[in-house]
Design a binder for this molecule. Structure first.
Ligand code: ADP
Length: 596
């Protein structure tokens, strides 16, 4: 009897629970909106991103980015991909794009805001769509003669050269775009080239380039590798030109470059390099890039590197190399933890921003060490005194050539030779109040408002955005930037006197162009920023990776910023790009020939 009663009780209780659940369960309802066009904006990386969203009664029809000031090369993928993903999935629960997370988040906030204005239910909008079935037929193994890790300047040059030497090539790139740090670099390329330099009356020699590189790195660089770099830089320009790349004729001195031997591509920043090499890869058979494919481990068999393990969104992928693997993953400037671990040179790097793209995390160094590679000079980290104080980026810098620019501190006084080594200038800047400098130039640098800086921004845009200041007199400029006007006037007068004398200033400056005496005058503030990691994997003249015993590791090459031992303790401005192309090509050629 007792049993029967408890049974009824239990059934009754269950019924109550079921009824309650049915009543309280959220209704499975679709999205609804008030049809129309809605706008909203939210902060991105540089400034507000404004979007326009079109909805009908039940669906998000389209999303357009109406206005933004994100860096095109970094943010493009996010600006394209996020709106498309929201429309495709009818949800704002989409993943941020790697390398552009701040832009992605800003975009999603603006889109969510616009959709909420349209009456969309936030909880429903934020629901992740159910995961579909796992992709069918996903390959778990690929194969090529040469496998290149990293699709920046060195990796793409290596890939093209290997292909030109008869190899099939697969490039693995972890980001959603190729280009690495190369594409956002200023594009300055040092090469001793008689034709261009003579036309401007510049005397130079390969020997001088060698000496400046070797001495500039405190004789810590490997002279054999430096010689290869300086002797092959002009050949690298020719090779790129044969592939269709266009360089400007004008030769200039890049900050820390020590000499007027830098040329600049016609296309902005480093895009010309990536466009040229990328176009070759697109048009040729037997060479391809796998994007969003992160190399995690080198495969070692019988003492030889025979492939790479990777992760992709669709799962793990092994890429085997018939001939060899080339590591071209760039440096570790964006990896604060790794910087801190190796830094013995700078007072602190923890709070210093970087010019680097977010993928510069030192993966290649770690992978190489696991298979026994020797690394050199990791503590040699290059800073520039020319970072945007907020983001660390080089964008917004207004110096166009060293010989026409001065740097003043918050007191309006010069404090260093602007033609000095990069480490010397940055160390000097760190001693100034708030470690902030003002670049000061005049109309000679910007004859018109639409003259562009070295980062493809017009001076008018920079002034409108408040990133540069313009005034018709030095006193007014000083007031705009908050420095003592009398000091600035006196500083510039002393500098102009040194220009007349071609020397004899207090800082030992030797590079002089025009005086700073023609209105309008311009100023932009700059701060120390981590730029280049000079240490890395040790290589020999064939770009083979060297092991702990000083022997090459079979089947493994490296090139570009991931390598160490070329630039010593200080890299000459304008030497990074020739390094990537010259050694990328050497690695590519030798990897193509490294048949097992
Ligand atoms: P370099 O100037 O030496 O060519 P870059 O910074 O231009 O160096 O290019 C290095 C490239 O390598 C970047 O595009 C970066 O995203 C890519 N990369 C870094 N680590 C990995 C990894 N683990 N797997 C695939 N690609 C990587």
């Amino acid at each position: 009897m007792k049993n029967v009663t408890s049974k009824y009780l239990l059934v009754g209780l269950l019924l109550v629970v079921v009824v309650a659940a049915v009543l309280l369960w959220p209704r499975e309802a679709g999205l609804t909106f008030t049809a129309g066009t809605y706008e909203a904006s939210a902060m991105g990386f540089n400034a507000d991103i404004r979007v326009e969203v079109v909805v009908d009664r039940t669906a998000i029809k389209s999303i357009r980015v109406v206005e933004h000031r994100e860096s095109p090369l970094i943010a493009d993928v996010a600006l394209l991909r996020i709106p498309a993903a929201v429309v495709a999935g009818q949800t704002v629960a989409v993943d941020a794009v790697a390398g552009a997370t701040v832009t992605s988040r800003g975009l999603l906030t603006a889109i969510t805001d616009a959709l909420t204005k349209a009456g969309g239910n936030l909880a429903l909008l934020q629901t992740r769509p159910a995961a579909g079935p796992p992709p069918q037929g996903q390959l778990t193994e690929r194969r090529a003669d040469v496998v290149v890790i990293g699709g920046g300047g060195a990796g793409l040059a290596a890939a093209v050269e290997a292909h030109q030497n008869g190899a099939t090539v697969i490039v693995l790139e972890k980001m959603p775009r190729i280009g690495g740090n190369t594409i956002i670099s200023g594009g300055a390329f040092n090469a001793v080239e008689e034709r261009r330099q003579k036309a401007q009356g510049i005397e130079d020699s390969v020997e001088r380039h060698f000496t400046q590189t070797y001495e500039g790195g405190d004789r810590r660089g490997n002279p054999e590798l430096i010689r290869i770099l300086v002797e092959n830089a002009a050949g690298a320009v020719k090779w790129l030109e044969e592939l269709g790349m266009k360089f400007q004729e004008r030769v200039f001195t890049v900050p820390g470059g020590m000499w007027a031997r830098a040329i600049r591509p016609e296309m902005p920043l480093g895009t010309g390099f990536i466009d040229t090499l990328g176009a070759y890869i697109e048009r040729e058979e037997g060479i391809e890039v796998l994007l969003e494919t992160t190399a995690t481990e080198l495969i070692l068999e019988g003492g030889r590197v025979v492939g790479v393990k990777t992760t992709t969104a669709a799962g793990p992928l092994t890429v085997r190399a018939n001939n060899a693997v080339i590591i071209a993953t760039g440096g570790f400037g964006a990896n604060v933890e790794m910087r801190d671990k190796v830094n013995t040179v700078w007072p602190t790097l923890t709070s210093i921003k970087t010019t680097n793209h977010p993928g510069a995390t030192g993966d290649g160094i770690r992978m190489a060490e696991v298979v026994g590679a020797r690394v050199v000079g990791l503590e040699q980290i290059q800073l520039l005194p020319l970072g945007d104080p907020r983001s660390g980026s080089l964008a917004g810098s207004i110096g166009r050539s060293v010989d026409t620019t001065i740097y003043v501190n918050k007191e309006g006084q010069r404090f260093v030779n602007e033609g000095a080594r990069r480490d010397v200038m940055t160390m000097a800047l760190m001693q100034q109040r708030d470690a902030i400098l003002w670049e000061v130039v005049d109309r000679d640098s910007y004859p018109t408002g639409d003259t562009r800086n070295n980062f493809d921004e017009t001076i008018d845009t920079l002034v409108t955005q408040g990133r540069a200041f313009r005034a018709d007199s030095l006193e007014e400029l000083a007031r705009l930037i908050g420095v003592n006007p009398a000091n600035l006037v006196q500083t510039v007068a002393e500098f102009n006197a040194a220009v007349d004398r071609k020397g004899g200033d207090a800082f030992g400056r030797t590079l002089f162009g025009d005086k700073i005496d023609t209105a309008p005058f311009y100023a932009a503030s700059r701060a120390p920023t981590v730029h280049h990691t000079m240490g890395g994997i040790e290589i020999n003249a064939r770009a083979e990776v060297i092991n702990q015993n000083g022997q090459p590791i079979a089947g493994l090459f490296a090139a570009g910023e991931v390598t160490g031992g070329i630039h010593g303790s200080n890299r000459l401005g304008g030497n990074a790009l020739p390094d990537t192309i010259v050694f990328g090509r050497i690695a590519g050629r030798n990897a193509a020939a490294a048949r097992r």
